[in-house]
Design a protein around this ligand. Sequence first.
Ligand code: HEM
Length: 118
Amino acid sequence: MENKGSIIGIFAIVAILAVGGFFLFKNNNSGTSTTDSQQNTPKTYALSEIAKHNTPSSCWMVINSDVYDVTSYIPSHANNMIEDGCGKDATAMYEDVRKHMGKGDALLPEYLIGTLQS
Ligand code: HEM
């Protein structure tokens, strides 16, 4: 009888540890995967959304399928031609200016907010 009692006791401990371990693993796992997916998923914007930001006070533009919010850069730009690109795919306008190669390209990552929805 004593033997039977200790077998049941050991079984109960093993069962508790197994269930506890399962929940610990499950929570850790879902915790990391939620954070990962939030950090790794780039934000995508439709052109119709970008078109709403077509003024110097809120200026988004697409350059090579990436979306930039350049509102805060406008006052520092060499001239007001940058405003022509607000709310549009400005790839051609931007690339037509050879001076952008170097300085302009180096500045762009600072203003990146996402990618164009395909
Ligand atoms: C539609 C969009 C844009 C147009 C039409 C445009 C146009 C121009 C033009 C015509 C110049 C030459 C000025 C000169 O000869 O002195 C220039 C220079 C410059 N632009 Fe833009 N721009 C645009 C967007 C941007 C953006 C988004 C950035 C960066 C965030 C940028 C950064 C610069 C810089 C740094 C220069 C000076 C380059 C230098 O002097 O070496 N531009 N831009």
